[in-house]
Ligand binder design. Structure first.
Ligand code: TYD
Length: 242
């Protein structure tokens, strides 16, 4: 999107997932994708930072900590640069093709993570406007877990991955994670129509159901019975239904 103009003529639906470390976003994104696909919806899953070849390169620089010397403002610029490419190369084309896009983190993560690190909110607003070029989520699922619960999940995950080191943004004191949690909840309070806040301490099936309810109430075209009906029909395709 080199002309810097805001794009509007998109057909698919854009849903973002947000939350602190260990909230369980990726599991739930997969579950929502499966449910939507079961009712015939085309779904693209993507993530930030990353989601396009150029943005994945910036991801590597950011998460390895190589950009730490730039300071939080410089890092915020890199997140924005990655986002601009991601919107251009992945999100917008998918939406234009009629696909639903489920994105693991988006601009709210910058507001929270780089905001918590001290970057001026007006500076972040400006970067966001440039990076997203009008492509904003219709629904944001915020999976909320207390910082200690999330970090315990992350550390058990790293142990299973045989000592994988925490990335640049995981590797912070518990108070930092707790402040991020508060900032996410503040954003949700400011935009209650866009956000659905889900209690991520529940078991995965319960979280999945809460998310499905939020999606249904946000998008009336989602029919709760259609997915099940489609699955049943294909199971008995050679059977009684003729
Ligand atoms: P990732 O491995 O994708 O973690 P997670 O499973 O928590 O989503 O790492 C992304 C990290 O980058 C995560 O710690 C949050 C951070 N981040 C920011 O600081 N600003 C941003 O704008 C984005 C998108 C992510």
């Amino acid at each position: 999107m080199s002309d810097g103009q805001e794009k509007q003529a998109v057909q698919g639906r854009f849903i973002t997932f947000e939350g602190g470390e260990g909230a369980g976003k990726s599991t739930q994104i997969t579950r929502l994708k499966n449910r939507l696909e079961a009712q015939g919806t085309q779904v693209a899953v993507t993530r930030e930072p990353g989601g396009s070849p150029g943005a994945e390169k910036i991801r590597e620089v950011l998460l390895s900590g190589q950009a730490r010397d730039l300071g939080p403002r410089g890092e915020a610029m890199l997140f924005a640069a990655a986002r601009a490419d991601h919107v251009d190369k992945t999100i917008l084309p998918a939406l234009e093709s009629g696909s639903w896009v489920l994105c693991d983190r988006y601009a709210d993560s910058t507001r929270v993570y780089q905001g918590e690190a001290g970057v001026d909110p007006q500076y972040l607003d400006l970067l966001e406007t440039l990076a997203v070029a009008g492509i904003r989520p219709e629904l944001t699922i915020l999976i909320d877990v207390p910082a200690d619960v999330g970090m315990a999940r992350v550390s058990s995950r790293s142990q299973k991955a045989e000592g994988a080191a925490p990335d640049r943004f995981e590797d912070e004191a518990l108070q930092v994670h707790e402040r991020r949690r508060v900032l996410f909840l503040d954003l949700a309070r400011k935009e209650p129509h866009r956000f659905a806040v889900i209690d991520g301490r529940q078991d995965q099936d319960a979280v999945e159901d809460m998310i499905w309810q939020a999606v249904r109430s946000h998008f009336p075209e989602v029919d709760p019975d259609e997915g099940k009906a489609a699955a049943k029909t294909s199971e008995s395709a050679d059977g009684a239904l003729s």
